[in-house]
Design a protein. Sequence first.
Length: 368
Amino acid sequence: MPHTYEKPRVDLSSAPWTMHEFFAGSGLVAYGLKGMFKPVWSNDVSAQKAAVYEANFGRSHFALDDIRNVRGRDLPFAHLSWASFPCQDLSLAGSMGGIHASRSGLVWEWLRVLDELERKPRLLLLENVSGLLSTNGGANYRALHTALVGRGFDCGAIVLNASHFVPQSRPRVFVIAVAHGCTIPPELTGPGPCWLHNKAAAELGRSLPGWIWWAADKPPRRSKSLKDIVDRDAPFDKDDVLRLVPARHRVRLNERDTVYATGYRRTRHGEQQLELRFDGIAGCLRTPEGGSSKQYLVVRQGGTTHARLLTVREAARLMGAPDSFLLPGSYNDGYKAMGDAVAMPVAQFIGERFLTKIAEAVYDDPSK
């Protein structure tokens, strides 16, 4: 069971709008939407993630339970329903079972809960990996889009990479849905694809009814790089993996006096390799289930090269969480809580650029 904390360290109660958080995880969405949307009900099935959530935000509105046990009629009204549903069956690194498989298929349970609500929100957001748009020729997204349109919503998908804000490559899909007939501020939409739409999103948008071409200006250029989030006191204790660095990457390591690189262990042609990236950003964080899912940091400095795993605090920094964010539990608990999360500044960007402006337009009064 998760720990019990007397009071939240982060106060989320001051906001004009309310939201439900389905698959809330460690709560970085709530943190990113702080001051915009107050969570009145949050849920996750993972006790480890619940411990992180409750350590930072309290447990007054958090329900640790399987979504299949949740009944919409029991939930308070909220202006926004946010659902970061499981990605394993849609990820290129996962089973590719599709949106009707056992884990990613839990999105249909979210829709069931939505159907059961006495008062339905006019604003929805679903988050997942980019494979939601591309896998099975787009059929996975089409099924979800059709279900939303059939429930009276217009919607569109955007692709936003956390690398705009933090030194981590983490592209994610955000489906923003608005009740049909509601007025959408004209500055939030465009006539067609923009920087927020990859090829798969553009193709889907041209073929689906009820599609909204969401648009926004690009955020300012990111200033931090990988070296800026490194914990200087963490010991390098994995130098043995350096033997797995392929020859072409060894050459690049030795080209400069100072190098900060990250990498994952992968099997290529039957052999283990530690493949590095040298662009100043980390690879996408994953959950620590198996050695290949843990990301290594490799630093060359002063003529020597050393390696270790990323620390949990470094993983949190890569997700935009401040150092005051508590991460109780084991290394694997903390790494999983971050690897399954939404980067905090990404949620903040979407809240500021889209969700608050939509809420102001579709609700006459925050109390309604």
